[in-house]
Design a protein around this ligand. Structure first.
Ligand code: ACM
Ligand code: ZN
Length: 681
């Protein structure tokens, strides 16, 4: 009966969908506080009706709530937890949860539904350490069926224990897919019997960190040789991991990269390089039949270990240069009537898809698999933005959204100068949380094909476990809520409070999440528009041939005097980027003679992507626009640094000017100069 009341309320929209009055993460669909409370300090008698399967797993999950539980054969009248199966559901992962004075009733249609109810119950128990659980009624199910995280074990190998710890946390947040990036140039990580050199050789290198290796000789070493760093999972270990995840309703999706990101494969089996024998090759030769024999043999072994319907075949960032030079690739193109190297890549993905489909599996690939024609049944993981995903959905393919602007949690999550070296950018918790994979503006057809969302944590700059956990959490909590909760129940302020609690709990449990309570947040200067004397004045760019680049034009000719200061990232449309040898050279016309006391501008440095400080800044003033008096010359020694920095270059004093010329010279490092505003006071 209660169930119908709840359903009616949901249909009529008469009850507020509210995340405000509970502390559950991800925010549930319908939560109603009721009168009374359950004394959960007593032993609770757990009864599962005859339709409940996975009983052992669910019993263990029930015990993990922290409640004292005894399994019984008949429903008790008092002090009960009753699992009452329900054949009607919107989502297979749906559950009802009622906490009453006499006990707890849970209704679900699948073990996953019961499991998620127990995760909710566990949070309620954690939030009520006195053991008095407030009565409530809940109906909850996920917005998206795929809620995932990518863990990159190629760039730096991670132990099975580490992976299990992350799986534990994912399960508590009702996430259900772990995408394991098992293969890449930096190391192959899965034991393959038919190609043993993948792990006896291509899984090992001598510099321990990706960075030293990548910027060094990029060689591999024999397993067991001195200083060999790396590792791989045996099949037994992977089976153990798969089972561990399955007990938490998480499917592990293995990724076997092809045709790109395969340097390690070709280092182990150089006979499979293209026919002109490039010294080093990152893309498999699609002309050689042996390539297919190898990939198919590998996939045969992969599907024996991983029951996942989805097998991720990579497909991203393949350079096609070698294929254009290779006799075998060219012959393949002629024989198959392929007009371009893009179609050659597509030929490979089609063949691999067919191979896996025949074995009852489906492929997922990065959005580059759209190039040259999408394989008929492929699911697309959209990472370069959302465009690839939308195009695939328009063509009625399923899509997992993972656009880098919201889901690439290898970017720093707080003020980059305070964070360890990272790949670049700035992706705070709030931005991750703000992501909507299927907003109302999307057509119903496209939205229908969006099956879920995934955060990707690439590990190039993340050598240690502690660092990896710090990058993963709490941003993965935000992805869990993006994937589970409807937009109507999402609220960042409320979420942040819950995330703070989860972070504290994780810290107490020995995890190393980012310490959210000490978050600095976005660049303080960027938070409010500023006023200053040059605001809206005319700026002349003195050397048109050394103009700001089109990619980083920001607001164009007004950008340096528009009052909008840049954020921590240069791709924000506020920082203006200068690539030419002349650096920055602009003249501001103040319109009339003006007494000024300071002229200042900030620059940023991110050496990884080639953004440097100027080596010299010169500032002049003039009343007539002809004769310029130097106000200051500042020399700066530019050094390569791992951590980003921000620096102000300016003049202070007192003078009367109409024209101000500001010139910043590029250093011996080429690359960009970025400046957001020339502030005149
Ligand atoms: C990717 O980030 N190259 C999928
Ligand atoms: Zn070739």
């Amino acid at each position: 009966m209660r169930k119908f009341i709840v359903l009616f309320a949901l249909l009529l929209g008469s009850l507020p969908l509210s995340a405000q009055d509970n502390q559950i993460t991800p925010a549930p669909g319908l939560f109603e506080a009721e009168d009374g409370e359950l004394d959960a300090t007593q032993t609770l008698k757990l009864y599962m009706d005859e339709y409940v399967t996975d009983r052992e797993t669910l019993l263990e999950a029930a015990r993990a709530t922290g409640l004292d539980i005894k399994l019984v054969r008949r429903p008790a009248k008092q002090g009960y937890i009753n699992f009452i199966s329900d054949g009607e559901y919107v989502s297979e992962e749906q559950y009802y949860l009622y906490i009453e004075e006499d006990g707890i009733e849970i209704s679900a249609a699948t073990p996953a539904g019961y499991f998620y109810a127990l995760q909710t119950l566990r949070q309620i128990v954690e939030n009520n350490p006195d053991g008095k659980l407030p009565a409530c009624s809940m109906l909850d199910y996920p917005r998206f069926e795929y809620r995932g995280i990518l863990i990159d074990v190629s760039r730096h190998f991670r132990s099975l224990d580490f992976l299990k710890r992350q799986i534990d946390m994912m399960a508590r947040l009702k996430m259900n897919r772990l995408h394991l990036h098992l293969t890449d140039a930096a190391g192959w990580r899965m034991e393959i019997d038919s190609y043993p050199r993948l792990t006896s050789y291509a899984a090992w290198r001598t510099p321990a960190t990706w960075k030293e290796w990548w910027y060094g000789d990029r060689q591999y070493v024999e397993e067991g040789s001195e200083g060999a760093y790396g590792g791989y999972y045996t099949k037994a270990e992977l089976r153990e991991l798969v089972a561990y995840a399955a007990d938490r309703y998480i499917t592990i999706i293995p990724e076997i990269e092809m045709p790109g990101h395969s340097d390690e494969v070709l280092a182990a089996y150089p006979e499979l390089r293209c026919s002109h024998l490039p010294e080093r090759q990152g893309e498999l030769c699609i002309g050689k039949e042996a390539t297919f024999e190898m990939m198919q043999a590998i996939l045969d072994e992969v599907i024996k270990v991983f029951p996942s319907e989805y097998i991720h075949i990579g497909g991203d960032e393949a350079s096609k240069d070698n294929w254009a030079l290779c006799e075998d690739c060219q012959r393949r193109m002629r024989e198959e009537g392929l007009e371009s190297v893009e179609e050659l890549q597509s030929y490979m993905i089609h063949r691999i898809e067919e191979y896996l489909n025949e074995r009852g599996r489906q492929i997922i690939g990065w959005d580059e698999i759209l190039q040259g024609g999408l394989a008929p049944n492929a699911t697309v993981m959209s990472w370069r933005g959302e465009e690839g995903g939308i195009a695939a959905a328009e063509a009625e393919h399923y899509v997992i959204m993972s656009p880098h602007g919201y889901c690439y949690i290898d970017a720093p999550q707080d003020a980059p100068p305070t964070q360890p070296e990272a790949i670049g950018g700035y992706l705070p918790l709030e931005k991750v949380y703000s992501y909507d994979p299927a907003p109302e503006t999307m057509s119903a057809k496209v939205a229908y094909h969006i099956k879920g969302v995934q955060a990707n944590l690439w590990a190039e700059f993340i050598p240690t476990d502690e660092h990896y956990e710090m990058m993963l959490w709490p941003r993965a909590i935000a992805i869990a809520e993006v994937g589970w909760s409807k937009p109507q129940v999402k609220d960042f302020a409320n979420f942040r409070c819950r995330a703070l609690d989860i972070v504290e709990r994780m810290q107490a449990e020995g995890y190393n999440p980012f310490d959210l309570k000490n978050e600095i947040g976005d660049r303080p200067e960027s938070r409010e528009p500023i006023d200053h004397l040059a605001l809206g004045k005319t700026v002349t760019y003195n050397y048109p041939s050394f103009y700001y680049g089109p990619q980083y034009a920001a607001a164009g000719d007004v950008a340096l005097v528009d009052g909008l200061r840049g954020t921590w990232t240069y791709a924000d449309g506020r920082w203006q980027g200068f690539l030419g040898r002349g650096g920055v050279d602009v003249t501001i016309d103040m319109g009339e003679p003006t007494v000024v006391h300071s002229i200042k501008a900030d620059f940023m440095q991110y050496c990884g992507p080639g953004v440097y400080m100027p080596c010299k800044v010169e500032i002049w003033g003039s009343l007539d626009g002809e004769n310029f008096e130097p106000l200051t010359v500042i020399d700066h020694e530019v050094r390569y640094e791992d951590v980003p920095s921000f620096m102000n270059f300016g003049w202070e004093g007192e003078t009367e000017v109409r024209y101000i010329r500001y010139k910043a010279h590029r250093s011996r490092f080429s690359g960009f100069l970025f400046v957001d505003e020339i502030v005149v006071r």
